[in-house]
Ligand binder design. Sequence first.
Ligand code: ADP
Ligand code: MG
Length: 377
Amino acid sequence: MKEVKEISKVKNLKGVRVILRASLNVPVKNGKVSDDFRLEKVIETFRWFKKRGAKVIAVSHLGSDGHESLKQVADHVNKTTPVKFVSWTEKNSDVSAIERMKDGDVVILENLRKNEGEMKNAPSFAKALAKLGDIYVNDDFTVAHRKHASVVAITKFVPSYIGPVFATEIKELSKVLKPKKPFVVIFGGAKFETKLPLVKKFLPIAEKIFIVGALANSFFKELGYEVGQSLVDKKNLGLKKLSQNKKIVLPLDVVVKQNGKKMTKLPTEVLRSEIILDNGQATTREIAKSVMRAKEILWNGPLGKFEEGFFDGTLEVARAIAKSRAHSTIGGGDSVSAIQKLKLIKNFNFISTGGGAMLDYLADGSLPGLDALKRRS
Ligand code: ADP
Ligand code: MG
């Protein structure tokens, strides 16, 4: 990373006030944090700064609408690493707790989306935030595809650096941009619109692109099959034409739920009353065969609705990847939470903390949050 200043290369950070964009946007259910994968990385970064005697002012959003408080996440982090929660917002701008910080202290500020200027990338808010510290470090890859004040505009007002987690993401995902061959791609989950640009980009270089999960339902729908009550994209995405490409592989069999029972059938046999929730074993075997031959594997999106017990496809593919000698990368909030639940996290060479950010970086080779750091260094 030539054009970006890496915080890891800065020698003396003692007493330096660091505004740290961190990935504290983690799933919280009934006040409890239900997924620690991102947080573990954040805590590692906190400790890295603590060791060097910096004063860390960690900032993040939580949820999409700004209603939730980051206090619940701060309380959770506090169980293993001492941090203080500070309810600073642009309107509630008491900085006394920040002024009292000692070297090696970490504070977590309130959910940034409680500030009107955050999602608008407003310079005035970015400036107010920048004033809290001496330098800015972006270590939140998961939000780097957003043009928000704490990601982009802030870099105009304070010396800016890339953090260790973010830098590793770029280094590792760059490998997927120049994949070893054969390159096998597995796309599942939902929201095809966000994944379609990447399907098109990888078609010329991939050996096969498996389309599974709810994404496959959208293909089936556009091919004129009955998909019953299955989850599909509402818009027509021109998938009929795309399905003619031999590199695109759709499920050979699907698992449907009818009257509470699981049943495996052909994609053309689905009834109106049914709902496709996973793929069947014939599909999984086909994917496993390709995976065993591959030298590079990229996977985003679960194969089925794993949260409701439809995890067989996801489990079997993760196991096949574990056996394969290929270099493997997986990303996406739900994908990572699925393999975490299935205890298969060690099976991959790299696990991206990003979902949308990973897809956008792989599609464009750049991200607004990364470009902002380039311009400022
Ligand atoms: P990621 O967060 O890994 O990028 P997505 O957000 O695209 O993944 O999609 C994940 C969601 O898709 C999960 O909630 C999963 O249950 C769901 N899903 C996968 N397959 C199906 C299916 N056949 N029907 C309904 N939901 C599905
Ligand atoms: Mg998701």
